[in-house]
Ligand binder design. Structure first.
Ligand SMILES: Nc1ncnc2c1ncn2[C@@H]1O[C@H](COP(=O)(O)OP(=O)(O)OP(=O)(O)O)[C@@H](O)[C@H]1O
Length: 260
């Protein structure tokens, strides 16, 4: 379980990004964090794996007080939390399988690290992860020959290979077309349901959030203004989350009516 207790985050320049955040996310939930640009969505997600340090309050993940972790403990803790970015963060000039194998590098003894030698077991795990996201046939192809959607699936496979309990996804479909976005979201849903991995996703596409997530967290100016089932999200709530800027979400609102 992920628990935020009175969490605040103020950046060194004085920007208050999160205020009074109280949240409990159970293992296996699929949570979408929505809100205007600058509302604090990325900050919220990135505090969970200590990419950002909170300023006050407490953040507890499966009984571990995240703020108290130091050095090696942080690295070990992060192994349980996969992170997916909008920009995929892959090494494009090498093969798909090499990108997935990278997730095992921290586990290798120094001599293997320097020679880049992976065990047969690790290679099988990497291939298995690629199979889970439906791109096993691309294992020995260079990443720069894949589409954006396929690259995001490689990133997801790399994360799965590290056997995470939690996947944090920061705008994973922002640079993908609607059809490809759906395929990638199907993969997230699959790993969430079949492997009971918690997914916490920051997402701008309201209609996609409502279709895929079980729970929606609406953030406005660093505070949570809605936290509940996707099925309970109404147009009025979206107006509140988006501060009355209906035009910005109008098309999403129209489509989302179908899902509410
Ligand atoms: N490293 C930083 N230093 C100072 N201020 C920051 C930093 N990162 C984010 N902020 C500020 O914190 C606030 C929240 O930013 P955050 O990136 O979490 O919002 P967001 O909802 O994820 O936005 P977007 O949807 O555009 O990614 C914003 O006012 C932003 O300008």
């Amino acid at each position: 379980m992920i628990e935020f207790i009175n969490v605040e985050k103020t950046y060194p320049n004085g920007t208050v990004a999160l205020e009074n955040i109280n949240l409990k996310i159970e293992q296996g939930e699929f949570v979408a964090v929505i809100g205007l640009s600058g509302a604090g969505k990325s900050t919220l997600i990135r505090c969970i794996n200590r990419m950002h340090d909170i300023t006050s309050g407490q953040l507890v993940v499966d009984g571990v007080d995240v703020g108290k972790l130091k050095g090696k403990q942080i690295r070990r803790f992060r192994r349980r939390i996969g992170m997916i970015f909008q920009s995929f963060n892959l090494v494009t000039r090498t093969s798909v399988i090499n990108n997935v194998l990278v997730s095992f590098v921290p586990d290798l003894p120094l001599w293997r690290k320097s020679l880049g030698i992976f065990t047969v077991e690790q290679k099988i795990k990497a291939l298995d992860a690629l199979d889970k996201v439906g791109i096993l046939d691309k294992a020995y192809i260079r990443v720069d020959q894949l589409s954006g959607g396929q690259q995001q699936r490689v990133a997801l496979a790399r994360t799965l290979a590290q056997n995470p309990d939690i996947i944090l996804a920061d705008e994973p479909i922002a640079s993908l077309d609607p059809v490809t976005s759906k395929l990638v979201m199907d993969d997230f849903k699959k790993v969430n349901k079949e492997m009971n991995i918690s997914v916490i996703m920051n997402i701008h596409h309201v209609e996609v959030a409502l279709e895929y997530a079980d729970r929606i967290i609406g953030v406005r100016k660093g505070e949570i203004v809605f936290d509940g089932e996707a099925a309970l999200v109404t147009q009025e709530l979206l107006d509140e989350i988006y501060g009355g800027k209906v035009d910005e979400v109008k098309s999403s609102l129209e489509e989302s009516v179908a899902y509410v």
